[in-house]
Design a protein around this ligand. Sequence first.
Ligand SMILES: [Ca+2]
Ligand SMILES: [Ca+2]
Length: 490
Amino acid sequence: MRNGLLKLILLLLIYTLTTGCGSSSSNTSDDDNSSDTDSDTSSDADSDTGSDADSDTGSDADSDTGSDADSDTGSDVDSDTGSDVDSDTGSDADITCVVYVNNTISDDSGNDGRSWATAFSTVYKGINTATAIKNSSENCYSIEVWVASGTYLPTHDSTGNNAPADARTVTFALAKDIGIYGGFKGDELLRTERDVNANETVLSGDIGVSDELSDNSYHVVTGADNSIIDGFTITKGQTISDPDPLPIKLGAGLYAIDVTLSVENCVFTDNHSAVNGGGIFVENSNLTLKNSTFSKNYATNGGGIEFYKCATSQVINCMFDNNQGSNNGGGIYSNISSPSIYNTVFDTNTAHYGGAAFNYDNSSPIFINCLFYGHYEVLENRLSSNPQIINSIIWNNTTLFDDNYDSTTTTTVTYSNVQLPDNTKVYNDDLTNINAAPDFVDTSSQNFRLNTGSAGIDGGSNDVMTLSTDLDGNERIVNTTVDMGPYEVQ
Ligand SMILES: [Ca+2]
Ligand SMILES: [Ca+2]
């Protein structure tokens, strides 16, 4: 027992040290009355000026705080390998408590959710029971909800009401300290046995009339602190522009405020936000987003994602393709936010300003080993926003960066392969950059791997490398020097 306790203390200390950056998750409700998250006051060509008049704060009306009230600080959800800490019961077993969900079960009324055979049929029951376990005397280092393949619709609002006055407020509300995982066939004993691609698990906002968007959930998923969502397709959320409160305008796929949240192995597609954040809206949070795809999401600002007041978020090994911001930011819209973005493809996203990304108001993301392909304008930067692009490929775009709106922005590009409109020189005369056809394997199938012998192989800088793998999960540095772009030639 003593060994177990010492191990627990040691690992909690390690956990605390390694997650120290999570300070942004403090529940300081920002009460900025200026928090209209639209930056488009200057944008002349858009027709959605009605969305600019919000004077209400995004954070105040957050309805998912009910799940944050518990005092259990010990059971942090392990974000990757699962439960490695012995509970202090004297047992040496690592205890991950699992609640099972499978919607092929027609009647779950007698089920306890503690095995596939006795699974619940709704995600709501799974998460609710996971929270009950957390608050019980049962010893669990981590608590997970495993969801079998199929399509699930939300059944309750974020307060647990299954018949809210506004039916569109139903959402898959994550819960504090709980991880939910999709991609199971329905008989796995270990999480590592699941196959996310073979067992698509869909969280759909398409309530009401099927295939009718106008009656869908405002937010398919609502975030919670220290939670994980992993292995789902998240689709068909639909926010609206009026009336207030603000939250129903933001984050059609996933809406999260004041949280540390991990999103992995997810696909966000066909989510529509009338205002900001088609796939995700995240505010005052530390979002870690890995191995996920954003495709065909739409918003006025931030078709894929809006980061709002997020200092420390990370986007790793992701794909943004064919997302649309009718005004600003087809892929990502950063507003008072400087996410770090690694090994990520931006392909053919559209916006009036900033097809791949729009950086507004002291937003200076860093893009490392990214690809920007097929945009009208790659980045637009305003108000002291100074993004950096390193070890990347910028190809087949019409224009690059608009830093001309005011005099306070600069895009810095180094160690990158940049195709300039006139195709005759190197970007900014920086000799770490090149301008040479990248020789992708097959752009028509979005295969942006480099052929052997391509320009840009071994052309990056190892100095900025923090990840050990590329977008394929292969070794990131081969032949002593990192390549330009998301994929390393092996
Ligand atoms: Ca519908
Ligand atoms: Ca290399």
